[in-house]
Design a protein. Structure first.
Length: 547
């Protein structure tokens, strides 16, 4: 079967003079010249009457079989014969092969541009070297920056969210076309006038999904007053869980009593063990550390002096959210140790049973549970057993069950949940709660009247969101406002100020979930460049990347 090398080279309008393999450098040199009889002026299109001179132009191309390829073009220089044309001398163009002033073919530039968009500068440079492509990281970034942004078609359903240049400091805005499922633009900040200017420049937006940020609500009202605003349901539930957490923080002492572990069952041997001086309980840790209490007192003192949250956060090197949380509380919240993860939960009963049998060596206990399917590390078991000994005042270690030393019976009770766990449990769908979580909700309802009200109202609102039925929203807001609970009252005021968007958020199928996914993609690209890229490069990489 005959094979024409010209088809491989795509020699449109070119004549192949020769192909030379330079053994010393390993280069494949392709020498060509134009077959066009007369070059045309690129400015006015007038054909040239004569050739003034020629020169050789060198272009890098895609490699063949791991060898670098170089094109050498014989280029004609010609005078323009049009008297009114500003171009006096021009060089002939090769539109199918390259662009003016480039040192590489268009197909090579396109390949390098794709590498740069996917991997950035340094990563792209390393991959290009493996593919026998010679290019520097700065050249790759230059190619990426030259990619024109894709045209923005008419957007009907727009999603917007913020993203952080630096968390807690400066933010930008990402805009997503829900129907086309792609990022349409990045904005350098999240100011209302910036959002409004973009919406003015891109009319036709009918629906806008967003989080609960006031700046976006103002920007949408200014730039697209006819558009329907849809508050994201996930953010609604998140704000609700934060309100529940604030409502529970003021009742930490009552909750501590309600969720206290039952006293251990003590047998004959255990009674003598717990009564002996050697096995006396260790002193409990303070609920609030002195450092945390000092911070709490300092925040309240500064607030009493009229200081703002921002200035207090700057002085104490704390986040504004922490300052706000402490300022709203009457006493410093206690420090609650988080329970271990689910990996060890299934083996706790066995570990306690072996502990009571006299096996106190955490390493051997870890080896035993590993044979039963435990995949965690030995340190997880060691920390858990240390908690068991500390909680029940058991000192010392025994490696067998010999009766020469009395044993302490350790109950297998459930550890007290944190307030954050309780807040999320309250808003979780009842059918998705575990038996333990259902027990938590029952205990919350029995703690005191205010905790019961917080629990009931939060469950009602979460149920409205899940049912996508805002018909009872007005009644709920009145009940939350009249409850006298500051946390729920503040949440209700926020919903009142954004009532129509909240109603549509419950009613409409659109949400900000897809936008959050693209924010995650933006973070990946941003961290891939170690946070050192400027806004224009980040925008170019995100807009040109496939959806």
């Amino acid at each position: 079967m005959d094979f024409d090398l010209r088809a491989l080279l795509t020699l449109d309008g070119l004549h192949l003079d020769q192909i030379v393999l330079d053994e010393q450098s390993g280069l494949i040199v392709v020498e060509v010249h134009s077959t066009t009889p007369t070059p045309h002026c690129p400015q006015c299109g007038t054909p040239a009457g004569r050739t003034r001179s020629t020169y050789t132009r060198t272009l890098a191309d895609l490699p063949w079989g791991g060898r670098r390829v170089v094109w050498r073009l014989r280029v004609r220089r010609c005078p323009c014969l049009c008297p009114s044309c500003p171009q006096r001398i021009f060089a002939e163009r090769f539109k199918t092969l390259t662009v003016p002033f480039a040192r590489r073919t268009s197909r090579l530039a396109e390949s390098l541009r794709a590498i740069g968009l996917a991997l950035g500068g340094r990563g792209g440079e390393r991959l290009a070297e493996r593919c026998s492509l010679v290019v520097g990281r700065k050249a790759l970034l230059t190619l990426v920056r030259r990619v024109p942004p894709p045209p923005v078609a008419a957007v009907r359903v727009l999603g917007m969210d913020d993203w952080a240049y630096r968390k807690g400091q400066t933010y930008g805005t990402i805009l997503v076309d829900h129907e086309a499922r792609r990022v349409v633009d990045l904005l350098p900040d999240r100011k209302p006038n910036t959002v409004a200017a973009w919406l003015h420049a891109h009319p036709g937006v009918q629906i806008v999904t967003r989080d609960r940020a006031v700046v976006y609500a103002d920007g949408i009202r200014q730039g697209a007053p006819e558009a329907m605003q849809v508050a994201d349901r996930w953010h609604l539930l998140k704000n609700l869980s934060e309100a529940v957490l604030r409502g529970l923080l003021g009742h930490s002492e009552d909750l501590k009593v309600a969720f206290a572990e039952p006293p251990p069952e003590v047998g004959e041997s255990s009674a003598s063990a717990l009564d002996s001086p050697e096995m006396s309980p260790t002193p409990s840790r303070p609920d609030v550390s002195p450092h945390k209490q000092a911070q709490f007192d300092r925040i309240h003192a500064l607030r009493a002096g009229g200081r703002t949250f921002r200035s207090i956060a700057f002085e104490l090197q704390l986040s504004r959210n922490t300052v706000k949380k402490y300022a709203r509380l009457d006493r410093c919240p206690e420090q609650v140790r988080c329970p271990r993860g689910q990996a060890i939960a299934a083996f706790e009963s066995y570990l306690v049973e072996r502990f009571n049998a006299g096996q106190r060596n955490a390493r051997r206990l870890w080896e035993e549970v590993c044979t039963q399917g435990f995949t965690g590390s030995a340190s997880v078991v060691r920390h858990y057993m240390a908690d068991v000994r500390r909680q029940h005042g058991v000192k010392g270690r025994r490696n067998d069950g010999s009766p020469d030393r009395p044993q302490a019976v350790v109950p297998t009770g459930v550890r007290r949940p944190t307030l954050t766990m309780l807040a999320f449990t309250v808003i979780r769908a009842p059918e998705k709660r575990s038996d333990r979580e259902r027990d938590w909700v029952d205990k919350l309802m029995q703690t005191n009247s205010e905790v019961a009200s917080v629990t009931t109202l939060a469950q009602q609102f979460a149920d409205m969101v899940r049912r996508r039925d805002p018909s009872e929203l007005g009644t709920w807001l009145k009940a939350a406002t009249d409850s006298g609970i500051a946390a729920l009252k503040g949440f209700a005021q926020g919903v009142w100020s954004d009532l129509e968007a909240v109603r549509e958020g419950m009613r409409q199928a659109w949400s900000n979930g897809r936008v959050e996914g693209y924010v995650n993609k933006l973070k990946l690209v941003k961290r891939q460049m170690y946070g050192r890229a400027k806004f224009d490069l980040l925008r170019a990489r995100l807009l040109a990347a496939p959806g």
